[in-house]
Design a protein around this ligand. Structure first.
Ligand SMILES: Cc1cc2nc3c(=O)[nH]c(=O)nc-3n(C[C@H](O)[C@H](O)[C@H](O)COP(=O)(O)OP(=O)(O)OC[C@H]3O[C@@H](n4cnc5c(N)ncnc54)[C@H](O)[C@@H]3O)c2cc1C
Length: 427
């Protein structure tokens, strides 16, 4: 038995918008999952409005920014419930704010910056909304340095050293220690794509011709660190008498691994440069998605995004990377891999040239799922399950029919008529 309080706020005369144009603008999320359809679009402004939609509609899909990469924000009939009017940011006390579900991360971050506070999941995709981020359980990240390496092995070795150094800092609380919160990467095929698309030039980034991997290293620095002081620390980092600071230690570690000259830093406050790094990072998925869209248009309408999103313990990542490469290469597939390398969470994406490539890619992904689970990892790591049939199959493989039945029972207890996001997670 679930007891609920009365919805807050006054119910307005909320009108369900049935305009074809308005609905059409919300039929796709960033996964470009096909077949989006809806009967109406609602923009409630109070809890009472939401309650009114819940009691009348037969199917409801709440949406934030529709930046879902799993098709979870693609409607399949019923009412699309936008959260964009829940836009309030109310300070509770010095350490807490109450934030509306429809507040974009960028807006929240700007508001917190004024109070010298930080919301860890920023910046990832800063257009995502707080409600969407919570619903999809998005992980934290913070970007500052761009480093290229000449091999995947070198990228993994650097990532391992930065992880070890950061874990030491967290355990000891050393104020001078290296503190890297996340490292993302793109492989050689991604580099080829961003170069072909001109994203490096556009963002004023020169990648050395021998680069095989680009790393985006998210570094935490002491509060109040200024760009001027930090540049000074970088310049003198290798001097014997250099001050012992997190930046000095970082530069020394990068120097030891031979990548200091291949590193560019976007210092705190240098938002334009940081944005260019992030734009380069986003150019890989954007470039892949565009190519998939073109293949769908020009070669076969059944072609679709074919990608895994899996995590393994970091110590098994080198092995898992070999499995991704072997699995795709054995099937003659073109592919690009990027992701959260320091978490062991990668996105091996197929670049399909035919519908057969899509089918072969899906078969490879189910194989990867078994391997990830065998290594103590998870075949559904970051983007969730959504409406993707392969991901729904991976979920079933992971939890079995009994596990899925238990999940369905919980969903039924909260949503007895199956109105909330029907088809998301379970077919
Ligand atoms: C360029 C780009 C980069 C990205 N980078 C990352 C990344 O680094 N890390 C990462 O994890 N993800 C990333 N994503 C994916 C995406 O941004 C996240 O999944 C994000 O959390 C989705 O937020 P949203 O507001 O867009 O939610 P939507 O896409 O609108 O919704 C996602 C799901 O949550 C549900 N939902 C949304 N709001 C609510 C609510 N208020 N109450 C209940 N359910 C709700 C929806 O029904 C849907 O099933 C990226 C996406 C893009 C396009």
């Amino acid at each position: 038995m679930i007891e609920a309080r009365v919805a807050r706020g006054a119910a307005s005369s909320l009108v369900l918008n049935r305009s074809a144009d308005v609905i059409a603008a919300h039929l796709e999320d960033a996964a470009h999952f096909p077949g989006g359809r809806a009967d109406a679009f609602a923009r409630p402004g109070t809890e009472a409005d939401v309650a009114a939609v819940l009691t009348t509609a037969t199917a409801i899909l709440p949406i934030g920014a529709q930046s879902s990469l799993s098709g979870g924000a693609t409607p399949h009939g019923g009412v699309i419930l936008s959260t964009d009017r829940f836009a309030a940011i109310e300070p509770v006390d010095a350490e807490h704010v109450r934030v509306g579900a429809g507040v974009p991360l960028l807006v929240l971050q700007e508001s917190l910056t004024r109070a010298h506070r930080w919301y860890p999941p920023v910046p990832t995709f800063t257009g995502a909304c707080v409600g969407g981020v919570i619903a999809t359980n998005e992980p934290p990240a913070f970007a500052m340095a761009l480093i290229t390496t000449t091999s995947e092995a070198a990228a993994l070795a650097l990532t391992a050293d930065l992880r070890d150094a950061s874990q030491m800092t967290w355990h000891t609380g050393d104020a001078h220690g290296i503190d890297v919160s996340a490292i993302e990467h793109m492989d050689g095929r991604c580099i080829g794509i961003v170069h072909e698309d001109g994203a490096d030039l556009r963002n004023d980034i020169t990648l050395a011709p021998d680069s095989q991997v680009v790393l985006f290293v998210h570094i935490e620095l002491p509060r109040g660190s200024s760009a001027t002081t930090l540049f000074d620390e970088v310049e003198h980092a290798l001097d014997p008498g250099a001050a012992d600071t997190p930046m000095t230690r970082l530069c020394r570690l990068l120097g030891r691994l031979g990548v200091l000259d291949r590193t560019e830093l976007a210092m705190p406050g240098d938002t334009p440069r940081l944005s260019q790094f992030l734009a380069l990072r986003e150019a890989a998925p954007t470039g892949v998605n565009r190519r998939v869209g073109e293949a769908k248009r020009d070669i076969d309408p059944r072609i679709e995004k074919t990608a895994a999103d899996m995590i393994v313990p970091f110590g098994r990542l080198a092995e898992m990377m070999r499995i991704y490469r072997d699995g795709y290469q054995r099937r003659g597939l073109d592919f690009a891999i990027w992701g959260h390398i320091s978490d062991g969470n990668l996105h091996p994406n197929v670049l399909p040239r035919s519908y057969n490539d899509v089918a072969a890619g899906k078969e490879a992904i189910l194989e990867f799922g078994r391997e990830a689970a065998r290594m103590g990892g998870c075949p559904l790591a970051e983007h969730g399950v959504g409406r993707n049939p392969v991901k729904q199959q991976l979920l079933l493989n992971m939890y079995g029919a009994t596990g899925i039945a238990e999940m369905r029972a919980i969903k039924r207890a909260l949503d007895p008529d199956g109105r909330l996001a029907p088809g998301v997670l379970f077919p």
